[in-house]
Design a protein around this ligand. Structure first.
Ligand code: SD4
Length: 333
């Protein structure tokens, strides 16, 4: 094993040991010891947060919660708004295709009990997040891919649709003229939607849905459907979702890292900053040329968001106010 890889692996193991020890030492995490002292929810004030400026999506999720729905219903239905929006070229219908002209979707969802479902390389079905939920609820599996995922979706009543809109086809045809293979991260407009919500019971769920990198290689899958990378939720601690260059999020298991940092006592903001710093400080990191952004919420309803570059934003619906907030970022020059 190369030394660099050895050091990386050793430090990952180190984190694992720290976590296990803290879990063992913390009586709040020991179900046996706490048998008669059920943990009261710390926060019962609903909140919805999402990556980028997606106020219609957070509005929908908020309404679901106000009408008595669960955080799980809220994140699914909130994400569905953007998946159906043909003008959004990074999610669901109208998403930009891979370099061969095929629109392929990645999505996942995770509930308060730690259940999760995911679809990767899904074609011809608009609501990837809902298929992910069906994987979670109707199968013994966590992840379905490609043709199998599509067949499963159809068996669950989803309709086959052509997801490549005229606008996205045109953009792809223009890209092909100078088709240097260089997948683009959109750092200025909205992108992959990741959403976290706390419902009236104080329970947390999250979801993430995307068409992935524009003009990616056929078969490429990013972080968005990978539990622990694009999304992670622990109902005792909080949740995190990621956007940006999925390869870099996967290499650091970003969303899981943020939740574990919150478990160790960091605020959501501090945890997001630390996770971004891990990417930027990696040896030979090419961080100047890619974007990664995280948003997080903890059990108290405190939030954080942080990115490598400027122009990342988080939309937050809390106390009846639906607003998009520019995130702080690490590269100031
Ligand atoms: C991916 N993380 O497929 C997604 C894309 C994205 O901002 O979020 N772009 O890597």
């Amino acid at each position: 094993m190369k030394r660099r890889n050895f050091i990386k692996n050793a430090s990952i193991t180190g984190i694992g040991l720290t976590i296990s020890t803290s879990v063992l030492n913390c009586k709040d995490h020991n179900p046996e010891k706490n048998h008669n002292t059920a943990m009261a929810p710390i926060n019962t004030t609903p909140i919805v947060v999402a990556t980028w400026d997606v106020k219609e999506s957070t509005q929908k999720a908020w309404e679901v919660i106000q009408n008595g729905g669960t955080a799980l219903d809220a994140v699914e239905q909130g994400c569905m708004v953007e998946e159906a929006n043909e003008k959004g070229q990074t999610v669901g219908k109208g998403g930009l295709p891979d370099r061969d002209g095929n629109v392929t979707l990645d999505a996942c969802i995770m509930d308060k009990d730690g259940n999760c479902g995911s679809v990767v390389y899904l074609q011809n079905i608009t609501h990837a997040v809902s298929v992910a939920r069906k994987v979670m609820e109707e199968t013994p599996h966590v992840m379905l891919a490609g043709e199998g995922a599509q067949q499963f979706a159809i068996s669950q009543g989803f309709e086959r649709e052509n997801l490549l809109t005229d606008a996205s086809k045109k953009a792809w045809e223009n890209w092909k003229i100078n088709s240097e293979y260089k997948p683009i991260i959109n750092i200025e407009n909205h992108d992959t939607i990741g959403m976290l919500a706390i419902d009236k019971n104080g329970d947390i769920s999250g979801a993430c849905t995307t068409s992935g990198l524009a003009y990616k290689m056929a078969g490429r899958v990013g972080d968005s459907p990978i539990i622990g990378s694009g999304l992670f939720v622990d109902n005792e601690i909080g949740g995190c979702v990621a956007t940006g260059l999925g390869e870099e999020v996967m290499k650091t298991v970003g969303s899981f890292l943020v939740v574990e940092l919150m478990r160790q006592g960091k605020t959501p903001q501090q945890a997001c900053e630390e996770a971004i710093s891990r990417i930027v400080t990696k040896p030979n990191s090419d961080y100047k040329n890619f974007q990664v952004g995280y948003i997080a919420v903890n059990k108290k309803g405190e939030t954080g968001s942080y990115a490598i570059h400027q122009h990342f934003s988080m939309t937050k619906y809390q106390d009846g106010v639906n607003e998009t907030i520019q995130s702080d970022y690490i590269i100031k020059t």
